[in-house]
Design a protein around this ligand. Structure first.
Ligand code: COA
Length: 260
């Protein structure tokens, strides 16, 4: 299959999916998200693939979030559709029958952090940075960040990250359980591939059932996931969203009005 914004390469047992938008810090526009979803499906359908590894091109970013320039002019309906689309792709990753690992090689912000969280495992290079900076833009996470961050790091830390928009480094992410291993950049992909190789030797039905049952425990059809899609869309009709996204595109700090 020919992709525009990602590349895929089979190496041994692994299908490596690389986001290829380095000049935009691998920001996830709609097409890129759709292509990631298609690539994960290809991996699941190919009996020679035992696991997928998602990473970003270059040494600076895994993915610096949803593409702000693409959605800045969206209305409520378009915002809701964008979120529903992202939820769909990320749910398909979470429910993949074969293991999906995020090789986080730099910024994993907003939709990038949410992409890593939708994967089953996260390995990060020491320069990786994780965060949900949406509040800086006058919006909320729209690809299940309000839900999966709580699942992975607990309510207190999730709220701190969501409310301050602060990014944390790989070591702290590791300490919090957001990251499974921190691995120096040259060995990052190799370590991910070694995990896929290990899983490849196990019973594939057993592996897929473990994934499904862990997902069952943290059901992504819970009301919070659906409500996030609706609330994300609602934000697109607010002055707050207009000011936040315009400020980013104008490379200035946003100035928000107090809550009435
Ligand atoms: N959407 C669209 N474009 C993005 C982007 C995003 N999420 N993140 C980065 N870019 C673009 C920048 O606009 C810039 O493009 P330009 O060269 O055409 O101006 C390019 O990528 C490089 O980014 P820049 O901001 O110059 O790099 P930096 O090293 O100074 O800062 C970040 C890096 C990650 C701190 C900064 O890019 C940033 O804050 N990005 C947005 C993160 C975010 O809010 N994500 C959540 C979105 S919902």
């Amino acid at each position: 299959m020919n992709f525009q914004n990602i590349s895929t390469e089979q190496k041994g047992n692994s299908l490596i999916i690389t986001i290829q938008r380095p000049d935009k810090l691998n920001a996830l526009n709609k097409l890129t998200l759709a292509e990631i979803g298609q690539a994960v499906k290809l991996g699941n359908d190919n009996p020679e693939v035992y696991g997928m590894i998602i990473t970003g091109c270059g040494e600076k970013a895994f993915a610096a979030g949803a593409d702000i320039s693409e959605f800045a002019n969206f209305n409520v309906v378009e915002g809701t559709e964008l979120s529903a689309h992202g939820h769909g792709v990320y749910n398909s990753i979470e429910h993949s029958k074969k293991v999906v690992i995020a090789a986080v090689n730099g910024f994993a912000l907003g939709g990038g952090c949410e992409l890593a969280m939708a994967c089953h495992l996260r390995l990060a290079s020491p320069n990786a940075k994780f965060g949900q900076p949406e509040v800086n833009l006058g919006v909320i996470p729209g690809y299940a960040g309000t839900q999966r961050l709580v699942q992975l790091v607990g309510k207190g830390k999730a709220l701190e990250l969501l409310l301050t928009g602060d990014a944390i480094n790989a070591e702290e992410a590791h300490r919090l359980g957001l990251v499974n291993h921190v691995v120096e950049m040259p060995e990052l992909l190799e370590k991910c591939m070694a995990i896929v190789d290990k899983v490849a030797a196990k019973g594939p039905i057993s592996v897929s059932k473990c994934i499904e049952l862990v997902n069952k425990h943290l059901e992504s059809s819970k009301p919070g996931f659906q409500q996030e899609i609706e609330e994300f869309g609602i934000m697109f009709g607010t002055e707050e969203f207009k000011e936040g996204t315009t400020a980013f595109l104008e490379k200035r700090k946003a100035s928000f009005k107090p809550l009435q």
